[in-house]
Design a protein around this ligand. Structure first.
Ligand code: AMP
Ligand code: ZN
Length: 471
């Protein structure tokens, strides 16, 4: 049985999808006003591990993700400036240029760490008619009101607004009611949230659309409710995000979706914990952003970062430091080396393979215990089975781990072959040149030197013999 922690019930629950064997999953996507840091990418790696574990266990997963390119204000409590406008101003570009640039940058890093792309990826700006329809329905049903030109969701109409209450720190629940946050006098209840902005103080808002309530733009939360329903229908199995999404974002998504539908919407809420640096939570607004591409620029393999993430449990905060990361990098390299030494030497021991696969499946089905899954990989490599079986297991486990162990091991092997071929060729050329010199055939000796030079190899005569290096 596949089990994982459901933030809604605050317990590890057996997973029962609405339709047998099928999973309808939604992921909150990035806000594309800046680069996604390695913390954001940790969240997407752990979601990818969840999807692939479900698939390993036999489920057919359909996953939808939004791209937030409008409506997410600098405070989750509907105050501050639209993050996209902020990004555009910072870089003297249009909002759509910013959105395109950071969406591309996001997927470059998303792909580099071995993630599978969601089946549907939908930018919020694609779905304005759907947002307007949902807002209108909420108004018609009496769950929303117009005040000061904006449309608000009325949380006072719900019996249970704080569905995640005990999963969230009290401080977070008080977002929007803190002294430093400007109070929105239009709100009937402190927790009410904007569904549609019209008369906002954000004159610079670049993207605006006609609506029954005037020209404006959608609030942030509405996009996830609409985009998920557009592609997954009225019932969803798993909704994913980082722990900071629990409140107010996911709380508000549930409020408006269930008010709109008139029934329960999503059964399981999967939240992964944050990556912190030594000074605290990583955040896009904190200045210098450490991205997967930056790590790559420093010579790190993005899959070593994936390995680093898989070694710890998704529900625990993870601290990034170069020391701990370097340990993971060296463990990853050793793992690749170990796999490169395996030779497919005969028949796979199917019984032993099945036994290991069952253990692996149990680990990932047990609240996504990826570190245990990695341990089982090590156990398989140490086990008393032939190399062909080990290789088959590496291939099998990599369907979830996505560490490209076999690909990397092959590249390592080919690299070694190239090196030894090169060495043999150079040694042979040096020997031929020595023969030519001995026979006083200096023309041939020089021709050999030139031949090597043309291949980027320089040789130098020293007292210890001929030395060579690549230029
Ligand atoms: P954003 O682009 O800010 O909307 O964030 C994209 C995803 O990254 C969301 O699911 C967030 O919950 C998640 N996230 C934000 N900060 C962190 C962090 N420091 N560590 C892990 N995930 C994070
Ligand atoms: Zn969302």
């Amino acid at each position: 049985m596949f089990r994982f922690y459901n933030t809604l019930s605050r317990t590890v629950e057996d997973f029962k999808p609405n339709e047998e064997g099928k999973v309808a999953m939604y992921t909150c996507g990035p806000t594309v006003y800046h680069f996604a840091h390695i913390g954001n990418i940790r969240t997407y790696i752990m979601q990818d591990a969840l999807i692939k574990s479900l698939e390993y266990a036999g489920y057919d997963v359909k996953r939808v993700m939004n791209i937030t390119d409008v409506g997410h204000l600098s405070s989750d409590a509907d105050t501050g400036e639209d993050k996209m406008v902020e990004g555009a101003k910072r870089e003297h570009k249009t909002v759509m240029e910013i959105a395109k640039f950071y969406t591309d940058a996001f997927f470059k890093d998303f792909d580099a760490v071995g993630n599978k792309r969601p089946d549907v990826i939908e930018p919020a700006t694609n779905c304005i008619p759907e947002f307007i329809h949902m807002v209108q329905t909420l108004l018609d049903k009496g769950y929303a009101y117009v005040a000061g030109g904006n449309v608000y969701f009325d949380t006072g109409k719900l019996k249970d607004y704080y569905v995640f209450s005990s999963a969230v720190e009290k401080d977070d629940l008080e977002i929007g009611v803190r002294d430093d946050v400007e109070e929105d006098v239009n709100k009937k209840n402190k927790t009410d949230f904007v569904l549609w902005f019209t008369k906002s103080k954000f004159e610079d808002q670049a993207l605006k659309w006609e609506s029954p309530w005037g020209v404006g733009y959608p609030g942030w939360h509405i996009e996830c409710s609409c985009i998920s329903m557009k592609h997954l229908g009225e019932y969803m199995d798993i909704h994913c995000g980082g722990v900071d999404n629990i409140f107010p974002h996911h709380t508000n998504e549930i409020a408006q979706s269930e008010a709109y539908l008139g029934h329960k919407w999503c059964n399981y809420w999967f939240h992964s914990n944050h990556l912190n640096d030594q000074s605290g939570k990583m955040s896009k607004s904190k200045g210098a952003i450490l991205t997967v591409s930056v790590l790559q620029g420093k010579g790190y393999d993005p899959l070593a970062y994936r390995f680093f993430c898989l070694q710890s449990h998704y529900r625990k905060p993870l601290v990034f430091s170069y020391d701990t990361f370097d340990n993971a990098v060296s463990a990853y390299n050793k793992l690749v080396k170990r796999v490169s030494e395996l030779r497919a030497d005969g028949a796979v021991d199917e019984a032993a393979k099945k036994e290991f696969e069952t253990k692996f499946c149990e680990a990932v089905s047990n609240d996504l215990n990826t570190s245990m899954a990695v341990t089982i990989l090590y156990d398989a490599l140490k086990a008393d089975v032939n190399d062909a079986t080990k290789l088959a297991l590496v291939e099998s486990f990599d369907r979830v781990l996505s560490l490209d162990l076999i690909g990397h091991a092959k590249a390592l092997g080919e690299g070694a072959a190239v090196d030894s071929e090169l060495e043999a060729y150079v040694n042979d050329a040096i020997a031929r040149r020595a023969e030519a010199k001995k026979a006083k055939d200096f023309a041939t000796a020089d021709a050999i030197r030139d031949e090597l030079k043309a291949k980027g190899i320089e040789i130098k005569d020293t007292r210890e013999g001929v030395e060579w290096h690549l230029v």
